[in-house]
Design a protein around this ligand. Structure first.
Ligand SMILES: Cc1ncc(COP(=O)(O)O)c(C=O)c1O
Length: 461
């Protein structure tokens, strides 16, 4: 390797960047150290089986659906599922039945689906084979997994949980109930998001006997590289070890830092930072207090603008921005110094607030002044995601696409929640919503034309 990178990353990373040679085990057929690491992970998470993933929770979500469902089967899932769930629908040739999440109109935040929504969904769709839940959300709300587990299993269905944002939950009693503790049949954790796993390093866990482990392993082999990075696998094993041995102490410190951060932010005039006081509101059965959602709309900035200012002027990088909020994470790697920088930066941002007359006019100004935001209704589903994604298509001007059937996934990123999925009929409300997101600075993932001047649709209306 050229010195320029080698000197930077160090020789040890390269020394363990080996291929699957004898003695080092094989992620796709583990029998030695990787199998042992899987078993230790299962024990740490209260699972009966755990699997390391080197293609993120994306691969885990895809494997979950492919394992449990057959082509044509339907699955109940929240509309605010991550786009990896959409990719899983495309790959598994399954039909989505979307459940509406609870929406906080004031903060412009989608929370979780409620047990009542799940029960109603199952009553209306008795043929659905599984229920897929996202918990925690990007914003830290968790679903009532204990109640949902009872409902789903009483109906004889499978419960899958996208717990990408909750790899730490299992290790502290003051954090919300983890998916494995709630008895989800299968769940994924992005270990790389909040613990010491390196980017792409995730885990999939199962509990109980409902998941066919043989099929799951075969499916994982479809989605994982035959040359998994041992650097990533080592980071997963060490992340597990760190949680198993010192997780509670590390997370106690993290929670304390996060609580102090939230309190300090809420003392800043013009700033609001939601917290566990939201628990009990619709779709917020629990709250991960390590998530710091900073609502900036009273400062006259969009979240996107605030993110940019925090990054360029104060060298503080937040996890995500939306129209009204920025989201920061307090993790086991943080310290009083790092959160202090965030607080100081937000204080400066609030001091430099923009007066109403400085906000550029147009729909963005209207939305900021109204302080609320209507998400578009879930559109009519005309074809399955797979049929539409793989079908022939034509490219037409986006602004003239109302009434046509979308052939792409259109996802403002972050947070990565699709507004249009393949097979859905485009509406004027959706066009307006996406125009606003683009104008406000959101990046579109999925469409071939990321500026959405054009969109791919099915040939016949
Ligand atoms: C809720 C949710 N699920 C799944 C994923 C995909 O995870 P990964 O990046 O580990 O593939 C993400 C990524 O942001 C996510 O937010």
């Amino acid at each position: 390797m050229h010195r320029r990178l080698r000197d930077y990353i160090g020789d040890n990373v390269l020394k363990i960047d080996l291929t699957q040679i004898r003695g080092l085990d094989d992620l796709n057929q583990p029998e030695g150290p990787i199998q042992e690491a899987h078993e230790l992970a299962a024990a740490a998470y209260g699972a009966n089986f755990s699997y390391f993933l080197v293609n993120g929770s994306t691969a885990g979500n895809q494997a979950m659906l492919m394992t449990a469902l057959r082509p044509g089967d339907s699955v109940l899932l929240p509309r605010n599922s991550h786009k990896s769930a959409t990719s899983a629908l495309i790959m598994s040739a399954t039909k989505p039945v979307y459940m509406p999440p609870e929406v906080d109109q004031e903060l412009h935040i989608d929370h979780c689906v409620t047990p009542a929504t799940v029960a109603a969904g199952l009553r209306a769709n008795p043929d659905a084979k599984a229920v897929f839940i996202t918990s925690p959300t990007y914003y830290g709300a968790t679903a009532d997994l204990a109640a949902i587990e009872e409902i789903v299993h009483a109906h004889g269905k499978l419960l899958m949980v996208d717990e990408a944002w909750g790899p730490h939950l299992h290790f502290h009693p003051e954090l919300p109930l983890s998916a494995t503790a709630a008895g989800a049949d299968v769940c994924v954790n992005s270990t790389h998001k909040l613990l010491a796993g390196m980017s792409q390093a995730s885990m999939l866990h199962t509990t109980g006997e409902r998941v066919d482990q043989g099929r799951l392993r075969s499916t994982l082999r479809l989605f994982q590289s035959t040359s998994p990075s041992l650097v990533l696998l080592a980071s997963l094993d060490v992340a597990r070890m760190q949680m198993a041995t010192e997780g509670r102490a590390l997370l106690s410190r993290t929670l304390q830092l996060a609580r102090e951060t939230r309190a300090a932010l809420n003392d800043i005039d013009g700033i609001y930072c939601m917290g566990s006081d939201h628990v009990g509101r619709p779709g917020v059965a629990g709250y991960d207090e390590t998530r710091i959602v900073i609502t900036v709309k009273r400062l006259g900035y969009t979240g996107y603008e605030a993110e940019e200012i925090l990054r360029t002027r104060y060298d503080v990088q937040v996890e995500l921005a939306d129209l009204f909020n920025v989201v920061a994470l307090v993790s086991i790697g943080d310290s009083a110094e790092t959160v202090g920088r965030l607080i100081a930066a937000v204080r400066e941002l609030a001091r430099a607030r923009r007066s109403a007359t400085d906000v550029p006019s147009g729909i963005l100004k209207d939305r900021l002044q109204a302080g609320s935001y209507q998400l578009p209704a879930i559109p009519e589903q005309v074809a399955t995601p797979r049929e539409a994604f793989l079908s022939d298509h034509v490219e037409i001007p986006f602004l003239e696409s109302a009434g046509r059937v979308c052939a792409e996934v259109v996802t403002p990123y972050p947070p990565g929640i699709p507004i249009l999925c393949p097979g859905e009929r485009i509406t004027n409300d959706i066009i307006e919503y996406l125009r606003l997101e683009l104008k406000a600075g959101s990046h579109m993932q999925g469409p071939v034309d990321t500026k959405l001047r054009t969109i791919r649709v099915l040939p016949s209306p």
